[in-house]
Write a protein that binds this ligand. Structure first.
Ligand code: GAP
Length: 445
C-alpha cells in the first residue's frame, strides 16, 4: 500500500485545479469528474505519449476514432448485452446497493461462491443482516436513438472502445493494405454504470480508455502476449517515469477473466487505497472476429499468402484507463518533505508530464524594471518551450511552494543581478538548489 493518503491527493487536485467534481455547484454526480486547467495538461500529455509509443513510432499500428454509439447489434455479438455484468446485492432494510465481490473481499464473480461468502454478512451501510442473494447486473448505459423511445430504438454508450476496432478490422486492413501482424489503436470515452463508483477517479462511470488490439496468426499468440505485457511495463517505467516498486503483476484466475479472454495479466499499481488494476493485457483469441463475422454474416477471416492458410486472427489486447494512469502518475510523484525546517508538498513529475516546464517570475513584484525584464524572459521561454507559466503572485517563497505542488521542474527568477549580467536564478524543484544561468543558455538549450 502506498504511504500517500487519497484525501491529500483529492485535496491537491481541487486546490490546484487538476480535477473537479462534475457539476459540483449542483452537488456533483457520483462517478463523474471534470479535469481542470492543470489536469487536462497532464491528461493530454499522457495520451500524446501513449499515442506516440503505440502508433506514431510503430510501422504497423494504425489509429481510429470510432463513434461512442454504435449499432446495438455490435454489443449483442460481442457478448456485452448478455455478459457485461457485475454481481450486486441489495439491502432490504436500507435499500443500499453493493458490489457483491467487493463486499466478500474476493476477485471471484461466481454467484454461488458469493452467496456462500456473504451468507452472514451485514450491510456496511446500516449494519443489518438483511442483504439479498447476489444477482448479476448489466453495466451498459442505455439511450435511445431518434425521437421514439422504445425497445426498437435502444442503443448503448460503448462500454469499451474495442468494439469499433473489431468492426473496422476489415476496413483498416484493406485501406492500409495491412498484413498480419498489425494493430489498431484508439483513445476515447467509454461508459459503465458501475454499481459503486469509488476511490476518486479510480472507478468512474464515464472513463477514457487507451486501447490497442493486435491482430495475429493464432500460432504466435503466446510470444506476442508476452511482448505486449512487456510493452505496458516499460511504458509506465520508461515513458511515464513511474517507480517500479509501485507496480506488480496480477494474473487473472479463470473465474476473474472477462467473458472474451483466454488469458489476462494486469499491472497493479500501489494506489493509496491498495494495490489495484491499472493496465490489462488480454488474449481475446478469435472470440471477437468470429462473433462479429457470425452475427454480421461478413467474412472476417485472413488468408496468409506465405502458407496458403485461411484462419480467423487472434487478438492480443492492451487496455488502460487514462484517468487511472493519471491517478497513478500523481500518486507516484506526490511527496511531503521537510526542507529547511519547513514542510512542503512536491509533485516530482517528469518534465515531459509536468503541466509547466518553467515558471518565470520577477524577484520583487513592485519593481517595474524587474517585471519588465522578467516579461521579456517569459516571452522568450514561452516562444521556445510553450508550456511556461508567468507567476508573480505573493512572495518568492510562496511561489516556490505553489510551483512545487503543481510539479513545475524549474523556477526562473529575475533579480537585480539579471539587469547587470543577463543571468537568472534557476531553482530546481526536487533538490531546491539554485544556480545562475545566462538567459542565452536558458533559451538555446
Ligand atoms: N477492452 C478491454 C477492457 O475494457 P477492462 O479490464 O474492463 O478491459 C480496461 O478495462 C482498463 O480500463 C482497466 O485496466 C482500467 O484501467 C480501465 N477501467 C475499466 N473500468 C474502469 C472504471 N470504471 N473507471 C476507470 N477506469 C476503468
Amino acid at each position: 500500500m502506498s504511504e500517500v493518503k487519497l484525501e491529500d491527493i483529492v485535496s491537491l487536485c481541487k486546490r490546484r485545479g487538476f480535477v473537479f467534481q462534475a457539476s459540483e455547484i449542483y452537488g456533483g454526480l457520483a462517478g463523474f469528474w471534470d479535469y481542470g486547467p492543470l489536469g487536462v495538461e497532464i491528461i493530454n500529455k499522457i495520451k500524446a505519449t501513449w499515442w506516440s509509443a503505440m502508433v506514431t513510432e510503430s510501422d504497423n499500428i494504425f489509429g481510429v476514432d470510432g463513434a461512442i454509439i454504435q449499432n446495438p447489434k455490435l454489443w449483442e455479438a460481442s457478448g456485452h448485452v448478455a455478459g457485461f455484468t457485475d454481481p450486486l446485492v441489495d439491502c432490504k432494510n436500507c435499500g443500499a446497493r453493493h458490489r457483491a465481490d467487493h463486499l466478500a473481499g474476493t476477485d471471484s464473480t461466481n454467484l454461488e461462491e458469493l452467496t456462500e461468502l456473504l451468507k452472514d454478512k451485514a450491510c456496511p451501510t446500516c449494519g443489518k443482516k438483511t442483504l439479498t442473494e447476489p444477482r448479476t447486473y448489466n453495466m451498459m448505459m442505455k439511450t435511445w436513438v431518434g425521437p421514439i423511445e422504445d425497445d426498437s430504438t435502444v442503443a448503448y454508450l460503448r462500454p469499451e472502445t474495442a468494439g469499433s476496432i473489431f468492426t473496422n478490422y476489415e476496413n483498416v486492413r484493406e485501406t492500409m493494405r495491412a498484413k498480419l501482424p498489425f494493430g489498431i489503436a484508439q483513445i476515447g470515452k467509454a461508459f459503465r454504470n458501475e454499481i459503486s463508483a469509488r476511490d476518486f477517479i479510480f472507478r468512474v462511470r464515464e472513463l477514457e480508455q487507451m486501447e490497442m488490439q493486435y491482430f495475429i496468426n493464432p500460432k504466435d499468440s503466446e510470444k506476442v502476449y508476452e511482448d505486449w505485457r512487456a510493452f505496458a511495463w516499460t511504458f509506465l517505467v520508461d515513458r511515464l517515469g513511474i517507480s517500479e516498486k509501485n507496480l506488480q503483476w496480477h494474473e487473472h484466475a479463470e473465474n476473474e477473466r472477462a467473458h472474451y479472454a483466454a488469458a489476462a495479466h494486469d499491472i497493479y499499481f500501489n494506489f493509496p487505497f491498495g494495490s489495484k488494476e491499472l493496465w490489462g493485457t488480454h488474449n481475446r483469441t478469435d472470440f471477437d472476429l468470429t462473433s462479429h463475422s457470425k452475427a454480421s454474416k461478413k467474412e472476417l477471416s485472413y488468408f496468409e499468402e506465405s502458407t496458403k492458410e485461411r484462419f480467423t486472427p487472434y487478438v492480443i489486447e492492451s487496455s488502460v484507463g487514462v484517468g487511472r494512469m493519471f491517478l497513478a502518475v500523481l500518486a507516484d510523484a506526490y511527496f511531503e518533505e521537510e526542507k529547511d525546517g519547513e514542510k512542503r508538498i512536491v509533485l516530482k513529475l517528469s518534465s515531459e508530464l509536468a503541466p509547466y516546464r518553467f515558471a518565470v517570475s520577477p524577484l520583487l513584484k513592485n519593481k517595474p524594471e524587474l517585471a519588465e525584464k522578467a516579461r521579456e524572459v517569459y516571452a522568450a521561454c514561452k516562444k521556445k518551450y510553450g508550456n511556461v507559466m508567468w507567476d508573480d503572485n505573493g512572495n518568492i517563497g510562496k511561489r516556490y511552494r505553489r510551483q512545487d505542488e503543481i510539479g513545475t521542474p524549474k523556477c526562473v527568477v529575475i533579480d537585480f543581478q539579471t539587469l547587470e549580467d543577463n543571468t537568472v536564478t534557476v531553482r530546481d524543484r526536487d533538490t531546491t538548489e539554485q544556480v545562475r544561468v545566462s538567459i542565452d543558455d536558458l533559451i538555446s538549450k
